[in-house]
Design a binder for this molecule. Sequence first.
Ligand SMILES: Cc1cc2nc3c(=O)[nH]c(=O)nc-3n(C[C@H](O)[C@H](O)[C@H](O)COP(=O)(O)O)c2cc1C
Length: 320
Amino acid sequence: MMDWTDRHCRVFHRQLTRHALLYTEMVTAEAVLYGPRDRLLGFDAVEHPLALQLGGSDPVKLAEAAAIGADYGYDEINLNVGCPSDRVQEGRFGACLMAEPELVARCVAAMQARVRVPVTVKCRIGIDDQDSEADFERFVTTVAGAGCTRFMVHARKAWLSGLSPKENREVPPLDYGRVHRLKAAHPQLTIVLNGGIGTLEAGLPHLDHLDGIALGRAAYQTPYLLAEVDGRVFGDAGPAPERAAALEALIPYAEQHLARGGRLNNIVRHVLGLYHGRPRARAFRRFLSENAPREGAGIDVLKMAIEIAEGRVSTRDAAA
Ligand SMILES: Cc1cc2nc3c(=O)[nH]c(=O)nc-3n(C[C@H](O)[C@H](O)[C@H](O)COP(=O)(O)O)c2cc1C
């Protein structure tokens, strides 16, 4: 998720689930081709399985960017046909491409011709006045005709003019039924449902009919829900990781980051919601928010936050 997630966030999430597929934020094909490539695409081996999400609409550039992504070792290349931001529309990519299924199909075909990993598509159920079930069906069958077998569908339409990106994630109503009917009509396609799933409990029933669920905001804001994914979705019998253990596992990674001149807050800003709903959640969040951004903040800040959250040290003792 642009401006929210990054490689450090994914390393943290990976301490909570070994099996869930993680996605990068959208990176444009142009940025991959002409930008600071290692900074945009570099990741830690622990992040696997990991998908790179690309934005663009030029089949040649997308194919080249996909090939570069595959060389970096990504397990899947995903094309964004769901982002409604103005910035994105000017570049003619994101959700506005739902109006051009043939172009999306050409992009997918060109990308697939260059990589062995799956090329998948993230889309909406419609845009503007092209929002009928028949429009959606035509989009999916056209793109599937180019060889895409996996679709992640954000189950609401996007209004490309008039609504902000944030409103486009909240205002148009969710229509899970449309995604379920898509799967029923195309059982051979892998269909993953996205949008408005706030808890694992809410998401699990969809798995009786669909192939997957994708969580955006909830995974970021209440990350501990990821701790139950391996057991409840993937049937992994091991115990769910404890919150403190997930943070302790992050310490060596954070130490390496600091040793390379990175800032503690680059990493710990992603963990603030870990204790959401727990007794000392607020103290944990406040201690980290106040101390991790400070110049020179070291690993002791993270260690102390764990002590506070686990009730072993009070915030008053921590301040002393
Ligand atoms: C800050 C922010 C950035 C986002 N960036 C992306 C992105 O880069 N690529 C993408 O496919 N979706 C992006 N999204 C949309 C989410 O992936 C997701 O489709 C949407 O929030 C609905 O799912 P949710 O209700 O589980 O959050 C972003 C959402 C937010 C809140």
